[in-house]
Design a protein around this ligand. Structure first.
Ligand SMILES: Cc1ncc(C[n+]2csc(CCOP(=O)(O)OP(=O)(O)O)c2C)c(N)n1
Ligand SMILES: [Mg+2]
Length: 555
């Protein structure tokens, strides 16, 4: 048996379900082997950036390790931005890259792939020899899974062509043992419990690590005991939905009420969130608070982020249960005084009465569109959100219905990641419906993946917030007093473009027809792209705060 066949069989033995690929000379052999036995579904994307983003979306939506493959050299370089997005998100992902034969530097597609991948901070392994091929592949898979991050495996074509020197046997035990929950050091747990019980105005902030750990009930119970208010980061948006003490998201997307209350906190317990410049308002989010943190990762001080007084390196659920056991059994009012609870109850962040008026010049109002979509979403929907000026609209106006209602793609600050991530998520979760919300410039960076969605009959809704231009730059230039003209770019007829790919394209440009058109194509086979011709004038509130800090209250 040749090594390329060993690679295919090893993936099958590992229970791999889906591989996202762009075929090239350096990965075609084992892809052909996979196809011949038909045990693993292979999805061919239209660009390597798309293939990797699809594997990332698949992994995020299924909670499993995403598998993708690209050919040597340019295959890998085209994939880079998506690989970095997955790395920043810490998505478990294996990227099997072809590599030139015999490290031949004269090969036109040669780059030092190891150094290239190392330079972007991603783990890299090589297929070392024909005899170690199965082990090398298994180890790379296990590393992706246990590190919870992407791994690139370079596979030189000369090795793929060699004869495997022994019989290939399926492993008789799982390659990776079951995940474990690590508890916190009891002496540190006591410190956190005492700090929380002493606090007058405690706040608990949950991040994606809390969600992954299933810590909601334990956090609500600890908050009830300590009188804490509940908040989340963007990645855990809506985790405490329906709780009367939920103040929503901290950071760039926080509401005025959340910002005011969190700013007054005297003790903040952050659970499963890495805290960055954006979540902490450049480090100044809770100036008076003692900061306590729980995270599975080793403590890593970040620039501009306040230091934690106590840091528990532990699983969120396990540590929170430990903290509650260590409290003295008393129940405290804490931050839940009547004045605060009634302010939270009375606050409606999406009340249309608070919408600022704009001259829309006959175009659509992005806020109105979001309200229409929000009314139609259910707990079966997963919504993938890109980044750009438009992203505040879905983030602010769409409510979460389930802990996994949203997938965000801004991890590396790259636009253009939403569409392919959404296609991968939809392939991974046929039991759910995936919606993608992208900007026009972002959608056009990956529009060819609509073809992938159409080819595989992926029933996905793509909403393009089409302001005919790079809206983020339009508003930023204006705020700097500079000419915004160059940020305006005519949009092509995206509905016709979609039809060309075999998708359904719906141009939505009349305010009175929005609801009807969205309704008509809400359900359907294959991808549907809604080209929503919105006004670029409606400024997002976070951008207003960033760029026009002197304008505060809505009006
Ligand atoms: C790959 C990449 N290129 C460029 C940028 C800079 N950038 C940030 S937001 C943005 C505008 C995106 O336009 P669009 O998708 O139409 O969304 P809008 O801002 O118009 O709502 C751009 C170009 C980036 N972040 N990433
Ligand atoms: Mg735009």
């Amino acid at each position: 048996m040749r090594v390329h066949e060993v690679m295919a069989r090893t993936l099958e033995h590992a229970g791999v379900e889906a591989v996202f690929a762009v075929m090239g000379d350096a990965n075609m052999r084992w892809l052909a082997d996979l196809s011949a036995s038909g045990k693993v579904m292979t999805y061919y994307a239209r660009s390597e950036a798309g293939a990797v983003a699809m594997a990332d979306g698949w992994a995020r939506a299924t909670g499993r390790t995403g598998i993708c493959t690209v050919t040597v050299g340019p295959g890998l370089t085209v994939a880079t931005t998506s690989l970095l997005t997955a790395a920043r998100h810490r998505t478990p992902l294996l990227l099997i890259a072809g590599d030139v034969p015999h490290r031949n530097r004269a090969h036109i597609q040669y780059i030092d792939q190891r150094r290239f991948v190392e330079a972007i901070g991603v783990s890299v392994r090589d297929l070392a020899s024909a005899g170690s091929a199965a082990d090398d592949l298994r180890r790379a898979l296990a590393l992706a899974e246990t590190s919870g991050s992407p791994v690139v495996l370079n596979t030189a074509t000369n090795l793929q062509d060699e004869e495997y020197p022994s019989e290939l046997e399926a492993p008789n035990a799982p390659v990776v043992p079951a995940r474990q929950r690590l508890g916190a050091d009891p002496s540190l747990v006591d410190r956190v419990a005492v700090a929380m019980m002493q606090a007058e105005r405690p706040v608990i902030v949950a991040g994606r690590g809390a969600v992954a750990s299933g810590a909601r009930e334990a956090l609500v119970s600890l908050a009830d005991r300590t009188g804490a208010l509940l908040a989340t980061t963007l990645l855990a948006k809506g985790y405490f939905r329906d709780d009367p003490h939920d103040v929503g998201m901290i950071g760039l997307f926080a509401t005025e009420l959340c910002q005011e209350l969190v700013a007054e906190a005297d003790c903040v317990l952050v659970v499963g969130a890495s805290l960055n410049h954006y979540t902490t308002h450049g480090g100044g989010l809770f100036p008076q608070a003692r900061l306590l943190r729980i995270d599975t990762l080793p403590y890593a001080p970040a620039d501009g982020v306040m230091a934690a007084e106590t840091y528990l390196q532990a699983d969120a659920l396990t540590a929170v249960l430990q903290i509650e056991r260590a409290t003295d059994g008393a129940r405290r009012v804490g931050y839940r005084v009547p004045e605060v609870t009634s302010r939270i109850r009375a606050f409606d962040p999406v009340n249309p009465a608070h919408d600022r008026p704009y001259d829309l010049e006959g175009l659509l109002d992005p806020r109105a569109i979001m309200r229409i979509i929000d009314a139609k979403l259910s707990d079966r929907d997963i919504t993938v959100i890109g980044m750009g000026h438009f992203w505040w609209f879905p983030i602010h106006f769409l409510r979460s219905r389930a802990d996994d209602s949203f997938i965000h793609t801004h991890d590396f600050g790259a636009i253009g990641q939403g569409l392919a991530t959404g296609v991968g998520a939809a392939i991974g979760r046929p039991d759910r419906t995936v919606n993608v919300i992208e900007g026009d410039a972002s959608a056009l960076m990956a529009i060819q993946e609509l073809d992938t969605a159409a080819r595989y009959g992926v029933a996905i809704r793509v909403f393009v917030m089409d302001d005919a231009g790079v809206g983020a730059e339009y508003h930023h230039l204006k705020s700097l007093g500079l000419e915004p003209r160059d940020s305006i770019l005519r949009s092509p007829d995206l509905a016709t473009v979609a039809e060309g790919f075999g998708a359904t394209g719906i141009r939505v440009d009349r305010p009175d027809a929005v609801e009807l058109l969205i309704d008509e194509h809400w359900e359907g086979a294959g991808p549907r792209l809604f080209d929503l011709r919105i006004s670029r004038e409606v400024l997002s509130e976070p951008n207003r705060k960033l760029w026009y800090p002197e304008v505060v209250a809505p009006g």
